[in-house]
Write a protein that binds this ligand. Structure first.
Ligand code: P6P
Length: 285
């Protein structure tokens, strides 16, 4: 299986530059449809999903492909056992209009989708920032690569969250935060600097780089929050926990959340363990 996982990660790294190259021509183009989560789909979302589906679905050993843009899991196997891919092809695509960071998030599971985070054998995100990087959790360790000119170059190995946290980023509107999260946020604001860019990959990468906490919490208007377990919460939690951090849906690790449906939403909190412990204590009061 390791060979298949390596093939998947190498393929994501190979496709990512084509996703990036396709962005300028699709800057303000909507696809005229909504995704299964009811969100407007951009032409860039569709393009990225098509590129990844074609490349990842062709890998021997990949048997299922599911994306934030598709209603159902696609069977891409040949009847043999293999791994399943859950992908957010272009995370934060609404940032394209404002030319801000976006990303790709991938979970590789050794179980049929929807899979529990504990069944992820690898996870990765690509960050389309000033430079294109790819951060991978595999076999309990995190590695960051620069993707440049067709080359994939490891630039940091055994990545770990810094011990001295600096930044926080919380999604949702303040009046929509439940009181317990609101009070927690008020405390955090006195300790850390606000860094919130509207694309999970960019905001989580800030936490991984500087230490701190990212959350898209449960909201009064949306008790399960906004982010999807399969395509955002679980793979990101896999990476942050492999980097020595912690994750929570408010009560438990995101890797322990029971998968019930492919596009299920989940409150997401990831970062240094101290901040996740305090979050869970605040919500338990
Ligand atoms: P808001 C992007 O649409 C996304 O799914 C995540 O990447 C990001 O963290 C969140 O939604 C941003 O949501 O409500 O701030 O626009």
């Amino acid at each position: 299986m390791t060979d298949t996982v390596d093939d998947v990660l190498e393929t994501v790294a190979a496709v990512a530059p084509d996703v990036r190259d396709g962005l300028p021509g699709r800057r303000l183009t909507e696809a005229g449809v909504e995704n299964p989560s009811g969100e407007t789909v951009t032409a860039a979302d569709v393009h990225a999903d098509e590129l990844f589906f074609e490349a990842l679905g062709a890998i021997d050993g990949v048997v299922e492909y599911a994306s934030e843009e598709r209603e159902a899991v696609a069977d891409v196997g040949d009847g043999e056992d293999g791994v399943a891919i859950a992908i957010d092809p272009l995370d934060g695509s609404s940032n394209l209009a404002s030319n801000n960071a976006m990303g790709t998030i991938v979970g590789v599971a050794d179980d049929s989708l929807p899979a529990a985070g504990e069944d992820l054998v690898a996870a990765a995100y690509v960050l389309y920032g000033p430079i294109t990087t790819m951060t991978v959790a595999q076999e309990g360790t995190v590695t960051t690569y620069v993707l440049d000119g067709g080359e994939t170059r490891a630039v940091e190995e055994d990545v770990e969250l810094p011990d001295d946290p600096v930044v926080y980023g919380f999604g949702g509107r303040v009046p929509d935060w439940p009181d317990a999260f609101h009070d927690y946020a008020r405390e955090i604001e006195t300790e850390l600097k606000l860094r919130y860019g509207g694309a999970m990959v960019g905001d989580v990468n800030q936490v991984l780089s500087y230490g701190g906490v990212f959350a898209y919490p449960a909201l009064e208007s949306a008790p399960n929050g906004k982010l999807r377990l399969q395509f955002e919460g679980a793979p990101i939690a896999k990476i942050i926990e492999a980097a020595g951090g912690a994750s929570s849906d408010g009560e438990q690790s995101l890797l322990s959340v029971e998968p019930t449906e492919l596009h299920q939403r989940v409150p997401v909190h990831v970062g240094n363990e101290e901040y996740i412990d305090r979050l869970e204590a605040a919500l338990a009061d």
